[in-house]
Write a protein that binds this ligand. Sequence first.
Ligand SMILES: [Fe+2]
Length: 287
Amino acid sequence: MPLTIAPITPVFGARISGIDINRPLDEAAFAAIRAAFDEHLVLVFSDQAMTDEQQIEFSEWFGPLEGTRGVNPGSGTPFARQSNLDLKSGEVIPADDRRMFYQKANMFWHADSTFKAVPSLCSVLTARIVPPEGGATELASTRAAYASLSEKQKAEIEDLEIEHDFAYSRGLAGFTFTAEERAHMAPVRHRLVRTNRATGDKSVMIGVHAKCVVGWPEDESRALLDDLLARATRPENSYRHEWHTGDAIVWDNQATVHRATAFDTAQHQRLMQRTTISSGVPNYVAT
Ligand SMILES: [Fe+2]
């Protein structure tokens, strides 16, 4: 069966079928997937229930995996675990537990790992346990946000640097790190405008971790970042994915943003496993 690439929206996103990504891929098969990723930014695969080992094997085609550390229960592994289930006991975590507060920040529009010195290329999120309602993931194109700017606006932002700060963004959700945790997450600077090496398409790397434009007054900085996010998340530039067990999604962390949506964490179970692929490019200036 040939690989089929069906666009999800006119702006971004594609559903990929006709390939089993749990079986060993060859160079030609991955080249087709990678080309679809560069063009569509978000790839959706269905009925591809994965083990952790299969997810690692598929993810590594895109590049080296980030290690997870810190507060996430996947710390010490390549997985960022998004779940209301305790890793060891399997029991539902109470809503007022610190771990659930930590995950609430995922409901802000963001891209994964923009707060890291080497930003991420993409993430792979797989649905292991899906609640009967709620828990969708919304995605939006920051390539479309860039494209919506006038030529003058594009020129104005071309060389800007953005400070990304994980403690800042988690703080917006009411989560406070300990001094020891904070010591591992100094703010970083990244170029705002990103260029896809394969397509030449430009996008903006934004989202909740983007604290400020370096060197700009706070109000102007916030206004620009808010405007870019508003452009990205216009309905025509967005896609809402309702998960089914066995779904796998790859999203571009430099050309899209995403956010989690609510579900009844006391009544239902949800378990998602994320691998995060590094860009390998330290395109930043340390602060
Ligand atoms: Fe995320």
